[in-house]
Design a protein around this ligand. Structure first.
Ligand code: HEM
Length: 457
């Protein structure tokens, strides 16, 4: 773009110093509210400065479409804190350009319909175990997010590694937990120093990551030994990654790339899905009429048989409740991009290398696009009510070429969990504990969601 052209364009509204001097404390304490207030005041794009860094906060469906779809190549992903790359390496979530395209092509088959059909059995088996746990627990309120974390952890581990040894499962679970704790500490540090500097927190983080890596590498090596001995193996994602590009050795993935992809699927898949389910049960427990409608629909569509892939299209109310949960509590509440070349957003000049904060939470709660956005109304997702809505108003799984690869799996899993648990239990909230949204890498419920599960007779 020539300087003459850029001079004719509008300047992006600047809320700069206000954020730094007057509102920084509030911004750190309540980023959701701060970002929403900014766009309310300045419009769909506004520039802010936090300490010395400039950011563009974006909150309009047209701009989201431009960034995520029309010009996505000029707006690659940007890892704001560097934390994602430190944990995930260079897997599908953090990579860009040609590397990303190659990885996406390798991973896509793992989420095809036939593969999903193959893991329905695993999902049902693991939900059976959860139902047993909830029944054994009796009337004691239980932190349901933690239960969903365990459930999803077991399902995703089996998807990735097949029937991993029990010892390995337990070990992975413990190390993943430690890694998540250390990652959270890294994220909430007021002053972040590069990992190469041996602060106590950096040392702890690197120690846990090393433990995690060596476990994953030992699983990869064991599998290679099994393959070399022609041991019969059930197809799983590890097998798919090990055989990707096997005809041509140059295209085969290195152990490091396989480690990065496995870690990415783990981290991307289990926290987002568990939290969404947690928030959904928070609403179901508070609103028995929602639970009753889900139960009635499940009974009508399934009678007493087990759910299968063909049933999902008919479970419309249940699906609407899941969609409304993801509107109200979008697990990925912020997406971050950085434009390679200078660009324009609806006549606004965007200098190259601008960091864009795509405010998903704000967009989902913006009254210009949603009627009564602060009310939880599943019926708003009835097809007839969405006729005039811009498709980029609702982006819980992102949009465009970088749309969440796990969306079909996550939707299937959530539909099965919701219809089975709600049909088996009455869900009662534990007292009047106020649950707050805590925006970390994902939107966490704090202090947790405690629910009493009473078996229905
Ligand atoms: C409710 C559950 C989930 C939500 C809300 C969610 C949300 C998202 C969002 C918003 C993105 C796009 C981020 C961006 O463009 O900046 C994304 C990407 C991704 N998700 Fe999910 N996700 C969920 C479940 C899963 C599951 C179950 C898996 C895998 C097992 C998964 C794997 C991925 C991967 C690998 C990407 C990167 C795709 C790419 O860049 O090509 N997600 N997810």
């Amino acid at each position: 773009m020539s300087s003459n052209q850029s001079q004719n364009l509008l300047k992006i509204p600047d809320a700069g110093t206000k954020i730094f001097y007057q509102e920084i404390k509030e911004a750190l304490q309540n980023p959701l509210k701060t970002l929403c207030n900014l766009t309310k005041k300045y419009g769909g794009i506004v520039q802010i400065k936090i300490v010395y860094k400039k950011f563009m906060v974006v909150e309009s469906p047209e701009y989201f479409k431009y960034i995520l779809q029309d010009k996505y190549k000029n707006f690659p992903k940007h890892d704001l804190s560097g934390l994602l790359t430190n944990i995930l390496g260079h897997g599908l979530i953090t990579s860009n350009g040609k590397t990303w395209l190659q990885q996406r092509r390798i991973m896509q088959p793992a989420f095809h319909k036939t593969q999903l059909e193959g893991i329905m059995g695993i999902i049902h088996q693991e939900i059976d175990k959860l139902i047993d746990t909830l029944k054994e627990n009796g009337a004691i309120p239980i932190d349901i997010c933690k239960q969903f974390m365990d459930l999803n952890f077991r399902i995703i581990t089996r998807m990735l590694f097949g029937e991993a040894e029990h010892r390995e499962l337990k070990e992975i679970s413990e190390i993943m937990n430690d890694l998540a704790i250390e990652a959270e500490k890294q994220l909430t540090q007021a002053i972040k120093l590069p990992l190469s500097i041996p602060t106590p927190s950096n040392i702890r983080f690197k120690r846990v990551r090393k433990k995690f890596d060596s476990l994953i590498y030992s699983i990869i090596n064991n599998r290679k030994i099994q393959i070399s001995r022609d041991t019969p193996i059930q197809p799983d994602i590890l097998q798919m990654l090990l055989t990707a590009g096997a005809e041509d050795k140059h295209d085969a993935l290195t152990d490091e790339q396989i480690r990065d992809e496995l870690t990415t699927l783990f981290m991307a898949g289990y926290e987002t899905t568990s939290q969404t389910l947690g928030w959904l049960f928070y609403r179901v427990a508070k609103h028995p009429e929602i639970a009753a409608a889900i139960r009635a629909e499940t009974k009508e569509v399934l009678a007493d048989r087990a759910i299968d892939l063909h049933d999902f299209a008919q479970l419309t109310y249940t699906t609407n409740v899941i969609k409304e949960t993801m509107r109200f509590y979008p697990s990925v509440w912020l997406m971050v991009r950085k434009n390679l070349a200078a660009d324009t957003l609806a006549q606004h000049y965007l200098p190259k290398q601008s960091i864009l904060l795509l405010n998903v939470y704000g967009l989902h709660h913006n009254e210009a696009y949603w009627d009564k956005p602060e009310e939880f109304l599943p019926d708003r997702f009835d097809a007839a009510n969405l006729k005039d809505q811009h498709p980029f108003c609702y982006v819980p799984f992102g949009k465009g070429p970088r749309l969440c690869i796990g969306e079909p799996f996550a939707m299937m899993l959530m539909q099965i969990v919701v219809s089975r648990l709600v049909s088996t239990f009455e869900c009662v909230p534990a007292g009047d504990i106020e649950v707050k949204m805590e925006p970390q890498i994902t939107l966490k419920p704090k202090p947790g969601i405690y629910i009493q599960f009473n078996p229905l007779v």
